[in-house]
Design a binder for this molecule. Structure first.
Ligand code: 13P
Length: 331
């Protein structure tokens, strides 16, 4: 799905009072028998009204525990899609259908199928391991699905006599090769947010705060991970900052909305977002905010409940994706 990026940050709410919107959402949730799930990368005010917050792995599992007939998934399209696939009997609403993912876009299903065919024609024996940041059509072509939270365990489940084709995040794949010792064929995709962290800015920020700790998501390029003190998906990072009792300055190399969840979980620390690349005018861009996640607003959460749409419609290939998602995330 291609997103007009320039539009993404202009999706601001109208001048509706956020507190009134929150009350309305609360009321609609009861009327429509709905549960709200929100990823750590959506705006803090949406995280605050959600019934469940978490990383991709926790939310996929939480969705299977929901007892209401409707799920509202405040995140990006592949997350709502996975929730629908794993809970076919539920209605899954998403606040904005255009909230896509640069990683998912980098790996179209037809290109993956053609590449797999090439490898098979060479007689290669391989399992395809897909990051959850992919479309359901891609998932239906794969043997395993990983999130940043369970990738190491899943890689260990791939028989050692089989090669691994890892799609679509080359940085996460390279990091997994390092920590698991498995060689992989890497798809050349990357996340538009994690790709842009500037190593110079990070080094400068570290010099300014010599006692600081750097935490980074494994979707970051190698040069950022090399100077990080802790590498982990969003939930692991949250657990890590909670485990440090002494107040620290923590430099954060991931989507900046995550800082809301960190501050709630570990208010003793000061969290500093790592800036992105310099623009041509010498300023640092605000590219550590994902324009897709930013499409989620309180108003759109209210509207999707009120309008009972947009929703994820069941597709034939979801059945195949369901087997691989359940086997990978629930066992
Ligand atoms: P986690 O949710 O696994 O931390 O990954 C973040 C992400 O890529 C969301 O799109």
């Amino acid at each position: 799905m291609s997103l007009p990026i320039a539009d993404a940050f202009s999706q601001t709410d109208s001048l509706e009072d956020p507190l009134e919107l929150m009350d309305e959402i609360d009321q609609l949730k009861k009327e429509k028998d709905a549960t709200i799930l929100a990823h750590y990368y959506v705006d803090g005010e949406i995280q605050d009204i959600a019934d469940f917050t978490g990383d991709s792995l926790k939310l996929a599992r939480d969705a299977t525990q929901v007892t209401t007939s409707t799920i509202v998934f405040a995140g990006v399209h592949f997350m709502g899609e996975s929730a629908k696939i794993m809970n076919p009997e539920k209605r899954v609403l998403i606040p904005d259908l255009l909230a896509g993912c640069s990683l998912a876009e980098s790996c179209p299903a037809d290109e993956l199928a053609a590449f797999q065919e090439q490898l098979r024609a060479q007689g290669r024996q391989f399992d395809t391991v897909a990051y959850i940041n992919t479309s359901a059509a891609v998932k239906s072509l794969c043997d395993w699905i990983v999130t940043s939270g369970n990738a190491r365990e899943i890689i260990d489940r791939v028989p050692s006599d089989r090669e691994i084709l890892f799609v679509p995040d080359q940085h996460l794949g390279r990091y997994l090769m390092e920590v698991t010792g498995r060689r992989m064929i890497l798809w050349p995709g990357s996340c538009m947010v994690h790709e842009v962290f500037s190593i110079q800015d990070l080094i400068r920020a570290k010099r300014k705060n010599p006692d600081s700790i750097v935490i980074a998501h494994p979707e970051c390029p190698q040069n950022i991970l090399e100077i990080s003190d802790f590498i982990g998906g969003t939930e692991r990072m949250r657990q890590y900052v909670m485990s440090i009792a002494e107040p620290k300055t923590i430099l954060v190399a991931t989507e900046s909305a995550m800082i809301h969840a960190f501050q709630k979980a570990a208010p003793q620390h000061a969290f500093v977002p790592v800036p992105g690349i310099m623009t041509s005018t010498g300023e640092t861009c605000a590219c550590n905010r994902c324009p897709h996640m930013a499409r989620n607003t309180l108003q759109k959460v209210r509207d999707c409940l009120r309008n009972e749409g947009p929703q994820i419609e069941w597709q034939d290939y979801f059945a195949k994706a369901r087997d691989v998602l359940n086997r990978s995330l629930l066992k």
